[in-house]
Structures are given as C-alpha cells and as structure tokens.
Design a protein around this ligand. Structure first.
Ligand SMILES: Nc1nc2c(c(=O)[nH]1)N[C@H]1C(S)=C(S)[C@@H](COP(=O)(O)OP(=O)(O)OC[C@H]3O[C@@H](n4cnc5c(=O)[nH]c(N)nc54)[C@H](O)[C@@H]3O)O[C@H]1N2
Ligand SMILES: Nc1nc2c(c(=O)[nH]1)N[C@H]1C(S)=C(S)[C@@H](COP(=O)(O)OP(=O)(O)OC[C@H]3O[C@@H](n4cnc5c(=O)[nH]c(N)nc54)[C@H](O)[C@@H]3O)O[C@H]1N2
Ligand code: SF4
Ligand SMILES: [Mo]
Length: 714
C-alpha cells in the first residue's frame, strides 16, 4: 500500500469514440477517470457514459469468474468454475465439433466496433471457420466502408482537425451529438459547429441539429435513396458540380447523368414527403458552399437497399469536388498497419462455405474488406441445419436477443445450439442461454490500439491496462489462450507482440509501450493524395459508374427501390398498421443494449421512450408519458409515449436495446420493450450486402396498462 495516486493516460472505448482519458489509480484501484486535456479529440471532456466509467468497472453485477450452466438451457442456474476448466471445456468441445462436422459448424459473434472485433475473426480464421459475424456488419458502417473502398479506393472521413473549417455540413441519418462513430467524437462535431457552418439535416425527427439547421429535410423513414438521387439530379441539371474535378477524377459521369434524369425533386416529393423546393434548396446550398462535408450515419444502412443508398449519398461530395481537401472529406493517414486477420488460413473451399457467400459478395465475399457471415442465414443454419448445421456459437460482446432483428426467431435459433459460450461484462438475457459464461475485461482493464478512420483521420490511440477486476480477462487473451490449448499454431503470440507489429507496419515509429505514455499520436495530415498516382480503383478515378460492382454482377449505378413494408408497397398491410416506424435513434446515456445497470445513466432515462405526434397519440387515447403498445406484424412491445409535435403525424420512433437488468433472470424483461420483437430479418435483403430492414416498417399503436406484460418468447 503506497497510498499514492498515479495518473495513466488511456482512451475511453465505451463507444466507438476514442476520448483521451486520465486514469487515477491508487493501490490497484481506479479512483476516477477524467478527460485528457491534451487529446485532440475531446480536449478534456467526457460524455455521460465516459463519466460513469468507475461505476461500470466496479458494478456489483459485473461477471467476475467463469460460470457453467447446471440446468437446462435458459434455466438460469449457474455454477462457478475455474478458467482452466472453462477453457479446457471449450477447447475440447470445439475440437470435437471441428473433427465431426468441419470448422464451419462453429460460428463466432461479437459487437460493434469493439476493441477485440478483429480478434474474433482472427481466432475464427485460425480455427478454420469462415463464420464470424457482428450485427452491425451488414447494417452499420461497413456498407459505407466497402462501397467506398470499391468505388473510391479508400474510405473518406470528415476533416475536423484542419485549420480550415467546413463551410457546410450535411448530416444525413446521423446525429453525432448523441452518437459518433470512430474518432469523430461528439466533441469534434460540436466544436465544428462553433465556427458557424451552413447546416443541412436529413432526419425524420427533430433533434438538436435540426433546430440548428439552415435546411431540415424531414424525410419519410427508409427512403433516403430517393432524396439523394433527387439532390444529385438538381446538382447535375443546374450544373452546380465541380466540372474540372468531375472531368479529371471521375469515371462514368455521362451514364450517371442519364440515370438521374427521371429522379427529379417533383418525382421525389410524394415519395420522401419533402417538398421539391426544399430538396432544391438543400442541393444548392451544399453545392455552392466550400468546403462541404457529408456526415452520414447508420440510418441510411438500415434498409434492404443500403448499398445503393450509400452509393447515391457518396456522390454528393464527389460531384462537388469535396474530396481530400481541407475541411471536407479526406482520406486517413493509416497510422496502424493492416491487422493480421489470418484470413489466408481459409481455403477457397472454406471461403465459399461462409454463410451468405453465394449471394452477398460485399458482406461475405470478394467485395468485402473483411468478409463476415450473413446473420439471417447463420440463424437458419442453427435452427434448421440448412445449408449445413451450425452446432456452436461463441459470442464475445453482443446481446444477441436485443440487437439482432426478429428477437423471437433469434431466441428459437439459439435454443437449437448444441454449444454456446458468451463472454460479457454482465449477465444478459443472451448470456443466460449459454453453456459457459466468461467474464470479460472492460476497457480500463486491457491493452489495445485504436487507429480511428474518421474525424481523427490522422490519430492513433493506445488504451492501457490500469486495473484488474476479479478474474476478468481481455477477449484478446482468451483467444490466445484457446488457440494455444487447441494447438492451432496460429493466433498464439502474446497480444502486445501483435500491437507492436501493427505499429511497426504503420507510420507511428513507436512501440506500444511508448505510445501508452503519450496516449495518442497525431500524424501530419496530407491532402490531395490522389494527385500522386490517382485513386486505387480499376480506372484510377472515383467510379460513379462502378466497374467493380458490374464485375460482381451488381448494378453499377444507383437506383431507387421502395421499402418492402411501406404504405406505398404494402397498402394492404398499411390498412391494419398505418404508421411508419423507425427505430434506434441513439441517446447519450446508453450504448446500444448496455449501461441500463449504471445508476447515474439510468437515472437520466429510466424507461424506454417512443416519440409520437400528439394528434396521432390523442386519436388513440394515449397521453404524453403513458405506456403505449407498438405493434407490427411480428409482435408488440410497450414503451412510454413521448409527444413530439415536430414529428410527421404518420411516423413513430422507438428506442432500441431495451432490457431490464433489475428484473428477474433469466429473461430480465427482454420481451417487454425490445424493439427487435417488432423487426423482421427475412428477405428481401440488400442484393450486395444482405441487409434487412430496421427503419421504415409499418406499425400501429394502442394505450397499454402499466402492469400488462409484453410479448413472450414463444
Ligand atoms: N450514446 C450512444 N452512442 C452511440 C450508440 C449508442 O447506442 N449510444 N451506438 C453506436 C452505433 S452502433 C452506431 S451505428 C452509431 C449510430 O449513430 P447515428 O449514425 O447517429 O445513428 P442514429 O442515432 O441511430 O440515427 C441518426 C438519426 O437518424 C434518424 N433517422 C431514423 N430513421 C431515419 C431514416 O430512415 N432516414 C434518415 N435520414 N434518418 C433517420 C434518427 O432520428 C436519428 O436522429 O452510434 C454509435 N454511438
Ligand atoms: N432495431 C434496431 N436494431 C439495431 C439497431 C437499430 O438502430 N435498431 N442498431 C444496429 C447497430 S447499428 C448495431 S452496430 C448493433 C449493435 O449491436 P452490438 O454492438 O452487438 O451491441 P449489444 O447487443 O448491446 O452488445 C454489446 C454487449 O457487449 C458487452 N461488452 C461490452 N464491452 C465488452 C468487452 O470488452 N468484451 C466483451 N466480451 N463484451 C463486452 C456488453 O455488456 C453488451 O452485452 O445493433 C443493431 N441493432
Ligand atoms: S464519447 Fe464515447 S469515447 Fe468519449 S467519453 Fe463518451 S463513451 Fe467514451
Ligand atoms: Mo452500429
């Protein structure tokens, strides 16, 4: 006991962001976590979730040692076991399944943007299975990444660190003041607004950003493709594009112009519910203000035509020449080398067995940066043994029952497994279905690198282990330990060796240990990198007409499709379910299904809320704050009605990720308010990516009594 407090630099990883932190530690205990004033991402600030870190780390419900289930699956009866017992049991079981049914019978799962996300696929590849997955892969960020890699040759991000500030910011299906993907923390975004840019927002709901907007396009959920095509049409027809850039650096402008002819603002208005003149105003403002940037979010990817939606949106900064110039869209500096994913360990035959690979090449095959399995096909394989039986599922950081679409079907699928393992910080309704539960380390308890592709296009961050809680272990180390026990001959080197090799392969010039002393490294930024050798595409230009899409058998130009369950495409369903439902808009207190246990955060949002127009609610006898049923063809849940007069009266917005850790195990109330009871994971899927629909579904509402129970599992 020294009684002295030591302050370590680290990086918060409770969301996709990477806020610099100062970790105050005394006698092995984390006393407080403060924002690092030196960090170029947060300049000393932390959001409510980051502020609650000590509460997270020492929460009494943290899993602290491995558990083995002793009753039937889902019975909620557990026994403490040692790590050796747990790891030996997993290694033996996986070896048996691999010998009997092939490695593809073993699937791995994880959650969005986790520190260990790439280690999950690495372990899978070392084991020989192509089937790893993450609920965001087909629906979140990766559609943008894979589309841009194929058509730009790189992934563009917003340049917030330049001296030159954006003149115009277009926020599309994205509310980064609440959310914020990698590196582009809400603080960068807020700071950029202080310079008073023109603001355009595409969002069906009123938010802090729409209140600040010069133009707000209150789009019908699920039809962003129509709106984007109409804005492109205006930019082309009114010759607002950067002719020199388009001429020199793009491929396929003429075919695009022909494709856009029919997509006029007048065509788009009745589809999108946005007046034609407002679409024109937004297009003119975006095209005439330099530099301009597009801040796009996951709302555009939660539909079965997500790739073509991303395609259309990505062309707005291209046609206006806002590419790799200060204050606009830029390409990152790649401070970290490519992660050693070990994908080369898979034979072409095994790659072909990846569930979904026969259809979705941008998720599961040659068009994917890191191929992953298609979730609905994986669940079918668990449930029905088609195209082959998946016998084991190892989940490292995902509450499958809450964040995969169609929760009831997910439950039925997981119940068919022969062997399931969950590594998590807490016991969840999903972990309750496992055979073994492993206690994972939270971010202050492990070493990792984060090279953030967005916003901080040139920042590399290191988080370091500062405390140990119970017997918790970092996911990365669990993989190394399993690989060693299974004698895989791969994925066996210590984690720090891999981190050092990633740094060596990038341009940082420091070891991991050195980097932890600084917390971050900011690389000098270079612009217009394409002038030196062109874009990394087959034509050397940005491909408005995509030769890679064409080669894979997909449409090379963007086009519009009406969502499958909408008032226009399914009028017979709309007679019974007349309202348009969107789900999942982020709130600042929780990260997806997490953090409902933490008193300070839960106090800010005790119960789930669904926004509804007062007239619509009144018509159904629902008062502001009442419990309200929300029902689709799949089931019903209840959330508290929250009046929003700025919402279109035909739209309802429900929160996602809800379960109630304070309610009895094993269900923890997961069937009551979980929005994915309402969603579907069936076809049609995005033809390239296999994406299903989470936004723009048909629903109806009714008053609910406080004591009524929600949907049940089966
Ligand atoms: N605090 C916090 N931060 C988070 C998360 C969290 O749960 N909590 N989740 C993380 C994850 S996984 C992600 S992907 C990001 C997501 O963060 P964002 O990309 O910002 O996505 P959302 O907040 O889900 O939705 C953004 C906006 O889209 C609007 N919207 C809803 N439907 C539609 C539609 O059909 N079209 C359009 N144009 N807009 C629509 C919503 O009203 C919302 O204001 O945030 C990450 N960060
Ligand atoms: N209807 C609807 N559904 C959605 C969305 C929506 O907007 N609407 N959003 C979708 C999107 S964009 C995404 S990305 C997904 C998000 O889905 P996920 O990222 O899978 O999020 P969760 O299901 O909340 O799972 C996270 C789990 O990881 C645990 N955890 C946290 N840190 C660690 C760690 O270091 N190690 C381990 N082993 N576990 C850890 C948490 O306790 C929690 O149980 O949800 C998708 N689902
Ligand atoms: S924005 Fe994300 S990284 Fe920053 S403090 Fe909040 S949870 Fe942590
Ligand atoms: Mo996500």
């Amino acid at each position: 006991m020294t009684g002295e407090t030591t302050i370590y630099k680290s990086v918060c990883r409770s969301c996709h962001g990477g806020c610099g932190t100062l970790m105050h530690v005394r006698d092995g205990e984390l006393l407080q976590v403060r924002g690092d004033p030196d960090s170029p991402l947060n300049f000393g600030r932390l959001c409510p979730i980051g502020t609650a870190t000590v509460e997270l780390v020492y929460h009494p419900d943290r899993l602290k040692y491995p558990l083995r289930r002793i009753g039937p699956r889902g019975s909620g009866r557990w026994q403490r076991i040692s790590w050796d017992e747990a790891l030996d049991e997993i290694a033996t079981k996986l070896a048996t399944i691999r010998r009997e049914s092939g490695a593809e019978a073993i699937a791995l799962g994880t959650g969005t943007g986790r520190h260990h996300i790439r280690w999950v696929s690495r372990f899978g590849h070392a084991l020989g299975t192509p089937n790893w997955t993450e609920p965001g892969f087909a629906q979140c960020f990766h559609p943008r990444v894979n589309t841009c890699l194929l058509t730009f040759g790189d992934f563009p991000v917003c340049d917030f660190t330049s001296e030159v500030k954006p003149g115009c910011i277009l926020y599309w299906g994205h509310n980064p003041l609440n959310s914020g993907p990698d590196g582009e923390t809400r603080f960068n975004v807020r700071d950029s607004l202080a310079h008073n840019p023109k603001v355009i927002v595409v969002d069906p709901r009123e938010t802090e950003l729409t209140k600040r907007a010069d133009v707000w396009l209150r789009v019908r959920p699920g039809v962003d493709d129509a709106l984007a095509l109409a804005m492109l049409n205006v930019i082309v027809e009114e010759r607002l594009y950067d002719a020199a850039f388009v001429e020199r650096w793009t491929h396929g402008f003429e075919p695009l112009v022909r494709q856009l002819k029919e997509y006029t603002p007048e065509w788009a208005a009745p589809i999108t519910w946005v007046p034609a003149e407002r679409i024109r105003a937004a297009a003119r403002l975006f095209a005439s203000t330099r530099p301009a940037m597009l801040e796009w979010g996951c709302a555009i990817e939660h539909t079965p035509k997500c790739i073509q939606t991303v395609r259309a949106l990505s062309m707005l900064p291209v046609l206006t020449g806002n590419i790799d110039v200060p204050g606009a869209w830029v390409f990152g500096m790649k401070g970290i080398g490519r992660f050693p994913s070990l994908i080369e360990n898979l034979t072409p035959e095994m790659e072909a067995k990846r569930l979904g690979a026969d259809r979705f090449k941008m998720l599961c095959g040659e068009g994917a940066d890191l191929p992953a399995a298609h979730i609905p096909t994986l669940l079918q394989a668990m449930r029905e043994g088609r195209p082959y039986k998946v016998r084991a599922f190892l989940v490292f950081g995902n509450n499958t029952l809450t964040t995969y679409a169609n929760s009831k079907l997910v439950y039925e699928s997981l119940m068919q497994l022969e062997f399931m393992v969950c590594a998590d910080l807490f016991m969840t309704p999903t972990a309750e279905l496992a055979d073994l539960v492993l206690p994972a380390a939270a971010w202050p308890e492990l070493d990792q690198l984060a090279g953030l592709p967005t916003g901080a296009a040139n920042v590399v961050l290191a988080q370091q282990k500062v405390v140990q809680v119970g017997e918790c272990r970092p996911d990365e180390e669990i993989f190394v330990e399993l690989a060693r026990r299974m004698k895989l001959g791969k994925c066996e080197e210590p984690v720090r060796e891999v981190l050092d090799s990633q740094l060596r392969a990038g341009g940082v010039g420091m070891s991991f240990a050195e980097l932890t002393r600084h917390g971050f490294y900011k690389m000098p930024m270079k612009y217009r990198k394409y002038e030196n050798g062109g874009f990394k595409t087959p034509t050397g230009k940005i491909e408005l007409y995509s030769t890679r899409f064409e080669q894979m058998g997909y449409e090379p130009l963007p086009y519009y499709v009406e969502p499958p369950e909408s008032p226009l495409s399914a009028p017979e369903v709309a007679r019974e379910f007349p309202l348009v439902l969107t789900t999942g808009a982020r709130i600042p207190f929780f990260f997806n299904s997490e953090h409902r246990q933490l008193p300070h955060l839960r106090k800010a949002r005790r119960e789930p809320r669904a926004e509804i127009h007062p007239d619509t609610a009144a018509r159904h006898g629902i008062a502001n704050g009442d419990w309200m049923w929300i029902e689709t063809r799949r089931g019903r849940i209840r959330q508290r009605a929250c009046y929003s007069a700025a919402l279109d009266p035909r739209v309802v917005n429900a929160e996602h990720g809800w379960w109630f850790p304070e309610e009895p195990a094993p269900e923890f109330g997961v069937w009551k308010s979980n929005v994915n009871v309402l969603t579907d994971n069936g076809p049609p899927y995005d033809p390239q990516m296999g994406t299903y629909q989470l936004r723009g579904l048909l629903c109806r509402v009714a008053p609910a009594e406080a004591e009524t129970r929600g949907a049940t599992a089966v």
